[in-house]
Design a protein around this ligand. Structure first.
Ligand SMILES: NC(=O)c1ccc[n+]([C@@H]2O[C@H](COP(=O)([O-])OP(=O)(O)OC[C@H]3O[C@@H](n4cnc5c(N)ncnc54)[C@H](OP(=O)(O)O)[C@@H]3O)[C@@H](O)[C@H]2O)c1
Length: 323
């Protein structure tokens, strides 16, 4: 098969479309013919050699999510049959013609969506559902602040929280990104390059914050959170270390938490997929939550796709398509 391979750690140019042995499905796995693969910020870190793949997936093929058609399956598979159109959460290996994954990490391609649209869903939906709604316990009527509102994660969190009756604030780097977030359901945006979000939200009262920035944002986040607020980390792009005012945490009874999805065990991902199928897939069917695909590239242009993501010009998701 053909696969986009990280030929050595480095810039986008190290991604090359090459011949690669096709995977064989294990007992609980399906073999998917990949029609589209979503890009995620983690793919760039893996390409640079800063985020190695966990055991069990190809170390040199990035790709955390795909959509395609089931070709064959292991003997214990009961959920899917050859010909089914599915999308799947992977731990790696998605930028390829074929990929294998355990059956419980797959979901049906929602009615009416293209493969590119379906491939843009798993990583962000799994991450947002588990961190904002399960871990962060956002309930209807509460207020949510999303840092990086125009990211793949951001556009998913905005739409899900909007569909479930929350008010949403976002931080973004440009007015254009802010306006896009408003169109998706955000209440208000803060251009962090022009305005300090701590001052802008001093009297708003935020119940849950989804943060991928980290670093100095910690103290500001704690200041604007309501009593019983929850601060959920999914990355720390501006630094892992920060000072915390413990008194603020105690006085407001704030919960600071976070998680990473890729390394979690299969039983967790399977249960999460079932919860998402029950709660999120109906929102897609009702058109209350729609994929936002900013750009598609053929697999052979994966380097260009990585350059675009590295520029942070995009709003929403970037997807590779097998032509
Ligand atoms: N923990 C988990 O399980 C998990 C799972 C998936 C994703 N994530 C994390 O969630 C974040 C979003 O992922 P994504 O794939 O949706 O990314 P993405 O679409 O590339 O979006 C990242 C956005 O963050 C903003 N940003 C703020 N500070 C930045 C910085 N220092 N460097 C680069 N961008 C910065 C940029 O928008 P502005 O121009 O507005 O600043 C950029 O567009 C990533 O950090 C990713 O690692 C975590």
């Amino acid at each position: 098969m053909k696969a986009v391979v990280i030929t050595k750690p480095g810039g986008p140019e190290v991604l090359q479309l090459q011949e690669y042995p096709a995977p064989v499905p294990g007992q609980e796995e399906v073999l998917i013919k990949v029609h589209a693969a979503g890009l995620n910020r983690a793919d760039l870190s893996q390409r640079e050699g800063r985020y190695p793949a966990p055991p069990g997936v190809p170390a040199d093929i990035p790709g955390l999510e795909v959509a395609g058609t089931v070709v064959s399956s292991g003997e214990s598979v009961t959920m899917w049959s050859p010909g089914d159109k599915i999308c799947a959460l992977l731990a790696g290996g998605g930028y390829a013609e074929y990929v294998t994954v355990k059956e419980g990490q797959c979901l049906p391609v929602p009615e009416g969506l293209s493969f590119a649209e379906a491939a843009s869903l798993p990583e962000t939906v799994f991450t947002v559902w588990s961190n904002v709604f399960q871990r962060g316990k956002l309930t209807p009527g509460e207020t949510l602040l999303i840092h990086g509102g125009s990211s793949g994660i951001g556009i998913t969190a905005i739409q899900l929280a909007h569909a479930l009756n929350n008010k949403i604030w976002v931080t973004v780097g440009t007015e254009e990104k802010g306006e896009a977030c408003i169109r998706l359901g955000a209440t208000q945006y803060i251009n962090y390059k022009k305005q300090d979000f701590e001052k802008a939200l001093a009297t708003t009262g935020i119940d849950v914050i989804l943060d991928m920035v980290g670093g100095k944002y910690l103290g500001k986040n704690l200041t604007i959170l309501n009593p019983e607020g929850r601060l959920v980390y999914i990355n720390s792009m501006e630094g892992n270390l920060a000072e915390v005012n413990i008194s603020t945490v105690m006085q407001k009874r704030i919960t600071i938490t976070g998680s990473t999805l890729r390394s979690r065990e299969y039983s967790y991902k399977k249960a999460l997929a079932a919860d998402i199928h029950q709660h999120v897939w109906p929102l897609i069917a009702a058109k209350k939550f729609l994929p936002v695909v900013y750009a598609t590239f053929p697999f052979k242009e994966a380097a260009e796709a990585h350059r675009l993501m590295g520029s942070s010009e995009h709003i929403g998701k970037i997807v590779l398509v097998n032509e």
